[in-house]
Design a protein around this ligand. Structure first.
Ligand code: AMP
Ligand code: ZN
Length: 137
């Protein structure tokens, strides 16, 4: 994709701090460095987001993400990691080229804020919701 910033990184037209590379996958430091070592794992081929990535490439990307997460613990002494995939604008995706955030965590007071606010589940028809999702798997 001509104007995709991550495709430009893959082609070497924009610099990056490379963490890992093979024929299909590239990992590099996220420019925001939400926490030190925040890394993005991408497929070299352009897919707009998670929903469109073929299964074999997804497997390879998540496997690299796991290795990066393990190395963040081993090399940067992170206490844990958040693995985040934002899919579409509504979920905070700003670069429309599939990527996995691998974010090392050093303390619960660092720069990353993630909040899962509970819903009032007694008002929800959860069996119907589970069924609806199940139907299209
Ligand atoms: P998302 O909001 O999930 O689409 O994340 C996109 C991420 O790409 C953000 O965390 C940005 O900081 C990061 N980003 C954007 N441009 C670059 C770049 N040139 N090099 C490294 N990371 C970038
Ligand atoms: Zn792209």
């Amino acid at each position: 994709m001509d104007n995709c910033i991550f495709c430009k990184i893959v082609r070497g037209e924009i610099p990056c701090y490379k963490v890992y590379e093979d024929d299909e996958i590239l990992a590099f430091l996220d420019i925001s460095q939400t926490t030190l070592g925040h890394t993005l794992v991408i497929t070299k081929e352009h897919f707009d987001n998670f929903l469109f990535v073929p299964k074999d490439l997804l497997t390879k990307a998540i496997s690299v993400a796991q290795r990066v997460a393990q190395s963040q613990v081993a090399s940067l002494h992170a206490s844990g990691n958040n693995i985040i995939i934002n899919t579409n604008e509504v979920a905070g995706q700003t670069v429309m080229h599939f990527h996995i955030h691998v974010i090392p965590r050093y303390s619960s007071n660092d720069n990353l804020r993630l909040e899962f606010t509970p819903n009032a589940i007694e008002k929800l028809n959860l069996p119907a919701v589970a069924n609806k999702i199940n139907k299209n798997l």
